[in-house]
Design a binder for this molecule. Structure first.
Ligand SMILES: [Zn+2]
Length: 286
């Protein structure tokens, strides 16, 4: 096997677009610094709502295929070369929103056996041997079944990989500090008239918002804001971008954060750390 860079970061996401919205700046930053960045996406998001009218004919497997292309373009924009689909393309289907009958489809990710799905992820972990893993909190950030399942699978895979010989030093959940979200929405209210969106989302619509005291890590990504916006834009069917704001298919404007925040849940955080690899004694390679 070819030698991987010293610093290795693994991100686990539910659908194509989640990586760019949540961690685009972080992924671009570490890729630019020469770290090995691996993205594992659990489904192709084939139940997602499509924004552009001219693409709304895409549904089901055809939409999944299309979104696979969007994901490839997004990771290219972020400079990330290692993007995988959990268990291979099409292994797990998009579950749709909570409470819909879609959740009961046998092939959907929500119905997946957690140990089996985690086994696929553990194989990736044992191959890449990341020191850092990023995923969602136990509510998936905002309650979407695939995001909750991604959390469960990621946390289980951390344990499985440890049993099989690779312990991940630091596990983080995606977060947004409440004060940052509130300030950003205040600015958004002032700027809304000039934006191509009619209405604003609210703090409650942002996944992973918690009290500031729970934030352990802020990854400053201003230098990679353009890459993040380009990656989000690559998800043409899912995201409308008007920097520094964007909207999903609900057309509600929300802030595009270029500093990305994390809560360390396993391992040891340095006080006020600004680097996911802080305290691990690994050299930057650039
Ligand atoms: Zn998602």
């Amino acid at each position: 096997m070819t030698e991987l860079p010293a610093r290795r970061l693994l991100l686990v996401h539910a659908h194509p677009d989640d990586e760019s919205i949540n961690n685009g700046a972080t992924m671009a930053r570490y890729a630019a610094e020469g770290a090995h960045v691996t993205l594992v996406t659990c489904t192709l998001g084939e139940r997602g709502e499509v924004i552009p009218p001219e693409l709304r004919h895409l549904t089901g497997a055809a939409l999944g295929m299309h979104r696979r292309g969007e994901l490839a373009a997004a990771v290219r924009a972020l400079g990330v070369g290692d993007a995988r689909l959990l268990g291979g393309a099409g292994r797990y289907g998009d579950s749709g929103m909570m409470g819909l009958p879609d959740n009961e489809d046998r092939g959907c990710f929500w119905q997946a056996d957690v140990d089996e799905a985690a086994g696929h992820l553990a194989e990736v972990i044992l191959e890449v041997r990341p020191q850092v893993l990023v995923t969602y909190d136990d509510n998936g950030g905002y309650g979407h079944p695939d995001h909750i399942q991604a959390h469960r699978v990621a946390m289980r895979a951390v344990d499985l990989a440890a049993e099989r010989g690779h312990r991940i030093a630091k596990v983080y959940w995606n977060r947004v500090p409440r004060s940052v979200a509130e300030a950003a929405f205040e600015r958004l209210q002032d700027e809304l008239p000039a934006l191509p969106f009619d209405k604003s989302a609210s703090v409650a619509d942002v996944p992973g918002v918690v009290g500031d005291e729970r934030i352990t890590t802020a990854v400053e990504g201003t230098a990679h804001a353009a890459a993040k916006a380009a990656a989000m834009r690559a998800h043409v069917t899912q995201i409308d971008v008007a920097e520094p704001y964007f909207a999903l298919s609900n057309d509600l404007a929300q802030p595009l954060f270029t500093t990305e925040y994390y809560e360390l849940v396993r391992g040891t955080a340095e006080s006020g750390e600004s680097d996911l690899f802080a305290g691990l004694g690994l050299e930057e390679t650039s």
